[in-house]
Design a protein around this ligand. Structure first.
Ligand SMILES: Cc1cc2nc3c(=O)[nH]c(=O)nc-3n(C[C@H](O)[C@H](O)[C@H](O)COP(=O)(O)OP(=O)(O)OC[C@H]3O[C@@H](n4cnc5c(N)ncnc54)[C@H](O)[C@@H]3O)c2cc1C
Length: 400
């Protein structure tokens, strides 16, 4: 029998597993993953940005864990030879109204403990990114880039080297509880554990329901689509160029990102996916789509945000609309400079009142801990998130 079973081998589940077994070496720990390898969903389909923490509400888990996490991520990558680059980014205001919001963003970043934030004039901004256009910019020097798939593989390697069992191809399909243990039913057989940590990302609400718990939120999948800049035009962007985000939404707006592999991509947008792991526009799953559309929280959100949603769909379907958004930041970019790139699907928790859950959410119930909202910047913050989760696990399950 295992002491702890972690469901989901993304960057969050693997961070918890690696740190649990490091802190409690006698722990019998199991990681269950439905795919045949780790990091196959959000962790392997993101922008690879080590976020600084400038955006998040001071005092929130997102703010504190992101700022700590960014520092730790850079150290972790350096220690384990994972490619990374603290290249900094600029957030560009293209109107006077955005310029005034930029000051608020700087104040927020400073309140979160960031150093080196600097408001730049148009000229100073163009010394950093020669092709960018705007009225003002905020320089965020602590932002970096890496590959979270490589980070997750390293977490898995360290966890298994210290004795954790990682079972892939083991989709969790149900639970049976007895007085002292939980039997976890999976496609690779049954396993029993004294405690279960649910880090199933896009399916974390489903896993909570399978455990007999009401997650009180519904995971709504938002696909983010990217374009790649063709190699001959990649000199238009040196590092990372972001717009000033709309404070009403958790998504950052389409931006330019230099990948750690050297390519430059543009995106992601944020469109509702009609399948939780729907990476393509045509992906559709009737029962998953109905589950979302019938959820009262979704209908409440749609009533409030339909205009924003339509804009995102337009940008998804019409390359010209996507290009226009990018041209606000880099006017020289042309339609022919962009080819379709990858995509990712965000697991975003939606509350019954139609509001997107803003902060990270960890919900302990009986012998379970459900990680129900860990969207961006959770890859950046994965090390402190792992520690935070372990603080919630009752000590009797961590010690034999
Ligand atoms: C488009 C996009 C861009 C992003 N950009 C950034 C960024 O630049 N920086 C940043 O910090 N964050 C970013 N994020 C967010 C970041 O990727 C996520 O917050 C993070 O990867 C969440 O990790 P996770 O382990 O919770 O989820 P996941 O990586 O999705 O892992 C969950 C795992 O659970 C498994 N699973 C599901 N159901 C079951 C089951 N029944 N049984 C067993 N296993 C199961 C899945 O197969 C999966 O491997 C981005 C996300 C997206 C989608």
């Amino acid at each position: 029998m295992y002491d702890i079973a972690v469901v989901g081998a993304g960057v969050v589940g693997l961070s918890v597993a690696m740190q649990a077994i490091e802190q409690y070496p006698h722990l019998k720990l199991l990681i269950l993953e439905k795919e045949n390898a780790v990091a196959q969903h959000q962790t392997g389909h993101n922008s690879g940005v080590i976020h600084s923490g400038v955006y998040y509400k001071p005092g929130s888990l997102k703010a504190t864990l992101c700022v700590e996490g960014a520092r730790e991520m850079v150290n972790f990558c350096a220690q384990h030879g994972i490619p990374h680059d603290v290249c900094g980014k600029i957030i560009v205001a293209t109107t006077a109204e955005e310029a005034s919001r930029l000051e608020g963003l700087r104040d927020r970043g400073q309140a979160n403990g960031l150093i080196g934030l600097e408001l730049l004039s148009r000229e100073a901004m163009r010394e950093i990114e020669a092709h960018v256009e705007g009225v003002r910019a905020l320089k965020v020097p602590s932002t970096g880039i890496t590959s979270y798939a490589l980070v997750a593989e390293k977490y898995a390697e360290l966890a298994t080297r210290r004795g954790a069992d990682l079972k892939t191809g083991a989709a969790v399909t149900g639970f049976r509880n007895s007085a002292a243990e939980t039997v976890i039913q999976t496609r690779a057989g049954d396993f029993s554990s004294r405690y279960v940590i649910n880090c199933a990302g896009l399916y974390s609400d489903r896993i909570a329901r399978l455990a007999g718990h009401d997650p009180e939120v519904q995971i709504v999948p938002f696909r983010g689509e990217y374009y790649d800049i063709v190699p001959g035009r990649s000199s238009l962007v040196r590092n990372l160029i972001y717009p000033v985000p709309d404070p009403r939404f958790p998504f950052l707006g389409v931006h330019f990102t230099r990948r750690i592999t050297g390519t430059i991509d543009a995106g992601p947008n944020a469109v509702l996916a009609l399948r939780r792991e729907g990476y393509k526009r045509i992906d559709f799953d009737l029962s998953e789509a109905m589950e979302i559309l019938q959820y009262g929280g979704f209908r409440a959100m749609a009533r409030k945000q339909w205009r924003y949603g339509m804009g995102e769909y337009r940008r998804s379907l019409l390359k010209s609309a996507f290009v226009r958004s990018l041209q606000r930041l880099v006017p020289e970019i042309q339609r022919k400079d962009l080819v379709p790139g990858g995509s990712g699907v965000r697991a975003q928790a939606l509350a019954p009142d139609g509001n997107l859950v803003d902060d990270f959410r960890f919900v302990p119930r009986d012998r379970f801990l459900h990680v129900l909202n860990v969207p961006s910047p959770a890859a950046t913050a994965s090390l402190p998130i792992g520690r935070e989760i372990l603080k919630i696990v009752p000590m009797q399950f961590l010690q034999r």
